[in-house]
Design a protein around this ligand. Structure first.
Ligand code: SF4
Ligand code: FES
Length: 296
């Protein structure tokens, strides 16, 4: 993982462009989808085509490159000096918050993590696929988080749980859970998936990855209910085995393997040692959650 080094293209003398800040030229007329080369195709500049929601067309900007430039740097430069109305989202700039996800040349990525590729011109920026567009590059993440909430994305402990839980670092349970923990809910996998990214009903890779983590967690009391949920028509069986989720996850997670694991557990009933889902003989401490589960 690497974040933007934060050189400010608008304040650094090294990157000062002719005219206003880092943006050399912004063409007032919106361009069509045609990716035509222009005279701006010089080694020290990059042409950026940004999908605008109001028109449905791409707007063309020419931005001065600097070393280690990230896609987010392009957008900040454009917004500050050429067109303040352009909408995009970011916060941490170090690939931790998951808010800056968009598509670069058709691939879902984190803008703050993705370098502007040398020799690539133009660069085409568009909102994530599979989500309603609110404005320009900002999407409504509700479809993602509604599915995330559906699998109950937190541990529901047993009433008789003793604290602290003792789960050894080298236990089979930890070996299953640890590599799948660092999801930042960015939506890149959801957008890259040919099922959820096409707005078909599917719980999606991130929610299923989280469901796998919690099902494997021996402290959780609602594994059986969670398995029932991911076994619905919109659950694990909707996966088409393309594994784009794993190919594009910016945190290096493997949601595809999580889905395969959930499928196997459902079919065989075999779970990591000590992590079998709850049975009726075990009581949990969250009657309210149980009640809510029963209503869905
Ligand atoms: S699994 Fe990866 S791509 Fe999907 S939401 Fe989590 S961090 Fe993003
Ligand atoms: S700005 Fe936080 S992940 Fe990119």
């Amino acid at each position: 993982m690497s974040g933007s080094p934060l050189p400010d293209p608008l304040e650094s003398g090294d990157h000062e462009a002719k005219g206003t800040g880092n943006v050399l030229r912004s063409e007032g007329t919106l361009q069509s989808d045609t990716l035509e080369q222009t005279s701006a195709d010089a080694s020290d500049t990059v042409t950026v085509l940004v999908r605008r929601s109001a028109s449905g067309l791409d707007q063309r900007f020419t931005v001065k490159r600097f070393e280690q430039m990230k896609v987010l740097d392009l957008l900040v430069a454009i917004q500050r000096t050429a067109d303040s109305s352009i909408a995009f989202r970011y916060s941490c700039r170090v690939a931790m918050c998951g808010t800056c996800a968009l598509r670069v040349d058709g691939h879902a990525v984190l803008a703050c993590q993705t370098s502007v590729p040398a020799g690539t011109d133009p660069v085409h920026l568009a909102p994530l696929a599979g989500f309603p567009v609110l404005r320009d590059l900002v999407v409504d993440m509700r479809p993602f988080f509604e599915r995330w909430a559906h699998i109950v994305p937190y541990v529901v402990p047993f009433a008789n749980a003793t604290e602290p839980a003792r789960i050894l670092p080298n236990s089979p349970e930890r070996e299953v859970i640890d590599p799948a923990l660092d999801c930042i809910t960015c939506g890149v996998c959801y957008s890259s998936c040919s099922v959820s990214g096409n707005q078909w009903d599917f719980l999606g890779p991130a929610a299923l990855n989280r469901a796998m983590v919690l099902t494997a967690d021996s402290r959780d009391s609602i594994g059986a209910d969670r398995l029932r949920r991911i076994g619905s028509a919109d659950g694990v069986d909707r996966c088409h085995y393309i594994s784009a989720c794993t190919s594009y996850c910016p945190k290096g997670l493997d949601p595809f393997s999580a889905i395969l694991r959930l499928r196997k557990w459902r079919i065989t009933g075999e779970y990591p040692a000590g992590a079998a889902p709850s049975t009726d003989s075990r009581t949990d401490s969250n009657a309210e959650t149980k009640s809510q589960l029963g209503q869905v």
